[in-house]
Design a protein around this ligand. Structure first.
Ligand SMILES: [Zn+2]
Ligand SMILES: [Zn+2]
Length: 176
């Protein structure tokens, strides 16, 4: 019981913390994750899974810190559960980036994952194609609240600031 609890807490709370304290802030205010995870010029299998580029590794590490923190917190409940949670989380990172390799989720896995709201590689591929959708790395139930938070904080985002700066530049006639 303690084993299963620790395992689930690492995955569910880890994804929660990683989504809301790392992934969403990165999309709003920073560039590291967008330059690495959402670089359309590079294969995301390469940069999410195989790359040894420092920035790519840093993005992966920072995204994993929330899981590590949660694992440390539940360590006393069951350390094997916490460890297996981390291992499954890492397996899911690899698995959710396999779409690009031409893998298709078999129907039985889809039937199993859907009711549990587990992110399929096909879902995560959607996030790579359109960075405004499919939040939640492991669980899809974080997508709606993540998008709501993004929408609420949009006025403070880099995107909005940059657009405002561009508009301001256009309004001021260039001085010859
Ligand atoms: Zn990804
Ligand atoms: Zn992203």
């Amino acid at each position: 019981m303690a084993f299963v609890a620790a395992l689930l807490i690492v995955l569910v709370m880890g994804d929660f913390a990683s989504t809301f304290f790392y992934h969403v802030p990165q999309h709003l205010w920073f560039t590291l994750h967008l330059r690495t995870h959402h670089d359309r010029k590079r294969s995301y299998w390469d940069h999410a899974v195989l790359s040894t580029n420092f920035e790519v590794l840093l993005d992966g590490f920072l995204g994993a810190v929330p899981y590590l923190v949660v694992a440390a917190l539940v360590w006393r409940i069951s350390w094997p559960g916490a460890l297996l949670g981390l291992a499954l989380g890492q397996l899911h990172v690899w698995w959710r980036h396999t779409t690009e390799l031409g893998w298709r989720t078999p129907d039985w896995a889809r039937a199993l994952a859907r009711p549990l709201q587990i992110v399929l590689p096909e879902d995560h591929d959607g996030h790579h194609r359109n960075p405004d959708i499919e939040f939640g790395d492991i669980f899809r139930f974080y997508d709606a609240p993540a998008r709501a938070l993004l929408a609420k904080l949009a006025p403070t985002s880099r995107r909005t600031r940059n657009a405002a700066a561009r508009r301001a530049k256009q309004r001021v006639p260039a001085q010859a």
